[in-house]
Design a protein around this ligand. Structure first.
Ligand code: ISL
Ligand code: CA
Length: 554
């Protein structure tokens, strides 16, 4: 194997959205002691690296992705003592803990911004992007926000606008200012000194803005985000500096949220020789069915395209880059609802998707709840949503519709809503799914009496037990992480099949991405793992609906 082995390549990452994981004190909000309570569960699941969505002090305009103090814990989540205890307990189990660095923007309630907005001469003024009104008195340019509307907000005190690519409570930090970069590096060191094992880096590709902040074409927002907001001219200079100043001095890793990173430019970020970031997750699969963003009309799932994406990214792995593979996170609807068949083949299709993920080269990245096949929820009214992205979009587009139209609109935009992934974790069939003894901040999915951990612990065929098996299997077969990838039956429209090999072993993965049985003209190999009970060996390979098999072949 030419790839250098590392703990963060082999370890499975499990993303926790703390607000929705486990509430220990009945206030309806998940918290750090809640995570500590569930470490046995996580250890038994077989994951190695816990990534926590932001736990820092925040007014929660965007659930912690708006940080008001990078070195303090969010009030609702607990105290620094709770954090220290969590970190100790995680390490005592031989696991790692990774935090979420949101460095493209801060909260408008951060001390830096409070200072910055006070006067044009405040020492913190240049921590953010302030500009005078444009020629017609409006915003300085035509930039749009990820969360609807303009990317600029006027501030009365000094009569200028400030830039925010996300909500108006998330002003963009000015990375051109060396003092800003120093502050971020200091905050990173603060956590690394405590023993934190790395950072997931929120929209890190957006930190360098186009010089002169020129107008852009926003007819397709997501396209502009990827090609114009992302990959600015100084992004590599900044990341290289960050690596040298901070990361290089610790045994830690960085996982970039790869907005705008494609196989063509991935090595510029994660090529081993570059000394910038260690790995990234990309949006090619996450946005397979919503290439123009979640609220634009979706396109049908296309298995051929999925094969092509994996093929393209496997060349990044071959050439000294590294990726994390995920089918969901806190920004996307539930993986089994998007890519599986939750109505007819909930269990089989969830297991197939897990088999797919766990047999891909790169780091495996699971999202909380997917290990029990949590599905999308049903939201009947706009007030049931929490997410600022959806609420802003609704306000911008549906505010003046009559109620009937408004309801239809809501049904349409909720299909890919981020809140599907944020409903409370389903621990049991107890009230509120065992998530809280109080009333949860976001409603629990109605299906918790049937889909929950307690029920799946009892059932040897559950998705949960299958995922445990898969994670053990992956640990026992490092070639799944490091080995070569070769596509089989490339033209097949329903079956995705590939070989994973190193010099010594050959594993064949067969995935029937459909609700119909399929046959392949080849002899079955030795079955090692499958989401269906083993059957008598046959002459040709036959796959049941959503069947997944891992075989040893010669
Ligand atoms: O997922 C998205 C596009 O499909 C966006 O909703 C998302 O905001 C974008 O990918 C950036 O995500 C990250 O930064 C945001 C935060 O709201 C997301 O939760 C975070 O993952 C701003 O910090
Ligand atoms: Ca709580």
């Amino acid at each position: 194997m030419s790839v250098q082995p590392k703990w963060w390549k082999e370890g499975t990452i499990y993303q926790i959205y703390p607000r929705s994981f486990r509430d220990s004190n009945g206030d309806g909000i998940g918290d750090l002691p809640g995570i500590i309570e569930k470490l046995d569960y996580l250890e038994q699941l077989g994951v190695d690296i816990l990534w926590l969505s932001p736990i820092f002090k925040s007014p929660n305009d965007d659930n912690g992705y708006d940080i008001s103090d990078y070195r303090d814990i969010m009030l609702e989540f607990g105290t620094m003592a709770d954090f220290d205890q969590l970190l100790d307990n995680v390490h005592a189990r031989g696991m790692k803990l990774v935090l979420d660095l949101v460095a493209n923007h801060s909260s408008d309630e951060h001390e830096w911004f409070t200072q910055s907005r006070q006067s044009k001469h405040n020492p913190y003024r240049d921590y953010y992007y302030w500009r005078p009104p444009g020629p017609n008195g409006g915003p300085p340019n035509n930039w749009k926000s990820f969360f609807s509307g303009d990317a600029w907000t006027f501030d009365e005190t000094t009569g200028e606008y400030y830039l925010h690519l996300f909500s108006k409570k998330q002003p963009d930090l000015n990375w051109e200012n060396p003092q800003v970069r120093r502050e971020i590096y200091e905050s990173m060191r603060f956590w690394f000194e405590k023993g934190v094992d790395g950072f997931r880096m929120d929209v890190i590709t957006l930190i360098s803005k186009r010089p002169g902040l020129p107008d852009a074409d926003f007819s397709n927002f997501w396209h502009t985000a990827e090609t114009f907001y992302a990959n600015g001219p100084k992004v590599h200079e900044f990341l290289n500096e960050m690596h040298n100043q901070v990361q290089r001095h610790y045994d830690v890793f960085s996982l970039a949220e790869g907005v705008g990173i494609k196989p063509e430019n991935a090595l510029e970020y994660v090529g081993e020789a570059r000394r910038e970031l260690n790995m990234l997750y990309h949006f090619d699969i996450l946005q397979l069915t919503i290439p123009d963003g979640r609220f634009a009309p979706p396109v049908p799932f296309n298995l051929q395209l999925l094969k092509q994406i994996i093929g393209d990214w496997s060349s990044v792995l071959r050439n000294g880059g590294w990726v994390a593979n995920a089918l969901g996170n806190h920004d996307f609807a539930r993986m089994v609802s998007r890519f599986g068949d939750p109505q007819r083949y909930w269990q089989a299709s969830a297991k197939l998707l897990h088999t797919f993920l766990a047999t891909l080269g790169g780091t495996l990245n699971l999202y909380q709840g997917d290990e029990i096949g949590m599905t999308n929820a049903h939201f009947a009214h706009i007030d049931e949503f929490d997410d600022i992205e959806l609420r802003n979009y609704f306000r911008e587009h549906a505010a003046n519709m009559d109620p009937e139209k408004q309801h239809a609109f809501l049904l349409d935009i909720q299909r890919e809503a981020r809140d599907h992934a944020r409903t409370p974790f389903q621990w049991s069939a107890e009230p509120q799914a065992g998530f809280t003894s109080g009333s949860p901040w976001l409603k629990v999915n109605d299906n918790f009496p049937t889909i929950n951990v307690a029920a799946q612990e009892e059932d040897p065929n559950s998705i949960l037990n299958y995922v445990r098996q898969l994670l053990r299997f992956r640990k026992a077969h490092p070639l799944l992480v490091y080995g070569d990838y070769e596509l089989l039956w490339p033209e097949h429209k329903q079956v995705y099949a590939y070989l994973r090999t190193d010099g010594a072993q050959r594993l064949r993965v067969l995935l029937n991405f459909s609700g119909k049985s399929q046959t392949l003209d080849a002899r079955p190999g030795e079955l090692l793992l499958s989401n269906y009970p083993a059957t008598k060996s046959t002459l040709a390979i036959s796959l049941k609906p959503w069947e997944a098999r891992i075989e040893r072949v010669d």
